[in-house]
Design a protein around this ligand. Structure first.
Ligand code: PMP
Length: 360
């Protein structure tokens, strides 16, 4: 039933009016004396008007996101990166000590961290490591019960780089109807071949999509991302989020990043990352001691080595910082290496080749 996923949100929050900030109550006027701001710009203000609180949901930025993703603005909430969206969704749906989320490890750690902070249970249905880290649809279906509120789907997945078929996600969402919200984290979608599910998430129902400007759009430091979901879910999240979540400089940077000129540059960089990913995957696979390079649709390669943790130390000694992901049982010996510039990638390749030569 459309819109009824809201019936699975926390009942105590549905009744909460939320804080009414000065900027929400009035957004136009000539004389601004309603928010106890300074009437003068800060002496360090570079013309951005930082003496004023920002719009809680800047219309211009939402319109840019809406255009970019091809969804109505009412289905979209902008916030401080996907991390904030993960936290908000967890708080909105999960009652402490009662409800649960499903994650499929090895995957992004914040799904379970946010759940634990909220006091929700984390039910882990691992990816099928013996089968190319395939997404465990059947396992997820059998793990779902009346306490399940969120099912986290990360595609392309961090840290495996693998993807989840679009039709399987849509089947799961349809099968669950109004029982649980299926949240698809598309942080790395720009680097892959799959079509975004944002358009589907904007329809009434139980599918949500997270997007971020931290990866392909090169704005990790600005902290901007969005959630696309049923309009009723968006309205609830708006009531729960911080009064002024987005700093003005971040809004300005994000709007510019989603303008056509910046998107064109971003597209050419994405093409370069994809080409470098293919080049590096081929080159790394030939280095002795490299057992496997997982096929990746993201801007990183996860590489299984004879001795991952020691290789990590060797790279660190050369000043190269990668991520040791070997603590996941199915990723024993694995390092996750972000695709950098062609020169940076060559340095990684040379350092690994040099280590293999020294060990021979
Ligand atoms: N989702 C995934 C899968 C990630 O890997 C990351 C960052 N490592 C995030 C979300 C968080 O992104 P943001 O900077 O938008 O909070």
């Amino acid at each position: 039933m459309s819109g009824s996923i809201l019936s699975r949100a926390r009942a105590d929050l549905l009744a909460l009016a939320g804080y009414s900030s000065a900027r929400m109550e009035a957004s136009s006027g000539a004389l601004w004396l309603n928010a106890n701001e300074s009437p003068w710009p800060s002496p360090v203000d570079a013309g951005q008007g930082l003496h004023r609180y920002p719009d809680p949901q800047p219309a211009g930025l939402r319109a840019r996101f809406a255009d970019w993703l091809g969804v109505p603005a009412e289905n979209l909430l902008v916030g401080r990166g996907s991390d904030e969206a993960i936290d908000l969704l967890t708080r909105a749906f999960c009652r402490a000590g009662v409800d649960a989320v499903i994650t499929s490890p090895p995957t992004f750690g914040m799904y379970q961290v946010s759940a634990r902070i909220q006091g929700a249970r984390v039910v882990e249905v691992p990816l099928d490591a013996a089968n190319g880290f395939a997404w465990p649809l059947d396992g997820i279906l059998s793990a779902i019960d009346e306490t399940t509120k969120l099912v986290w789907v990360c595609t392309p997945n961090n840290p495996t780089g693998t993807t989840v078929p679009r039709d399987a996600i849509l089947d799961l969402a349809r099968g669950l109807e109004d029982r649980a919200l299926v949240v698809v984290d598309e942080a790395y979608a720009e680097f892959g071949d799959a079509q975004s599910l944002a358009g589907e998430a904007a329809k009434p129902g139980n599918l949500a999509v997270l997007r971020t400007l931290s990866k392909a759009h090169a704005l990790a430091g600005a902290r901007v991302g969005c959630v696309v979901a049923d309009a009723s879910v968006i309205a609830l999240l708006r009531r729960l989020m911080a009064p002024y979540p987005l700093p003005t400089p971040s809004v300005v940077a994000a709007e510019a990043a989603l303008a056509p000129a910046a998107l064109a540059i971003t597209a050419s960089r994405i093409a370069l990352v994809r080409a470098e990913r293919a080049r590096m995957a081929g080159a790394l696979a030939k280095i002795p001691g490299v057992r496997e390079v997982l096929p990746s649709q993201a801007n990183f390669l996860t590489v299984r080595l004879d001795d991952g943790p020691r290789t990590y130390e060797t790279l660190l000694a050369c000043g190269i910082v990668v991520r040791d992901v070997s603590r996941h049982p199915s990723l024993a010996g694995c390092l996750r290496i972000t695709i950098g510039t062609p020169e940076e990638n060559d340095r990684v390749r040379s350092a690994l080749a040099e280590r293999a030569r020294a060990a021979a």
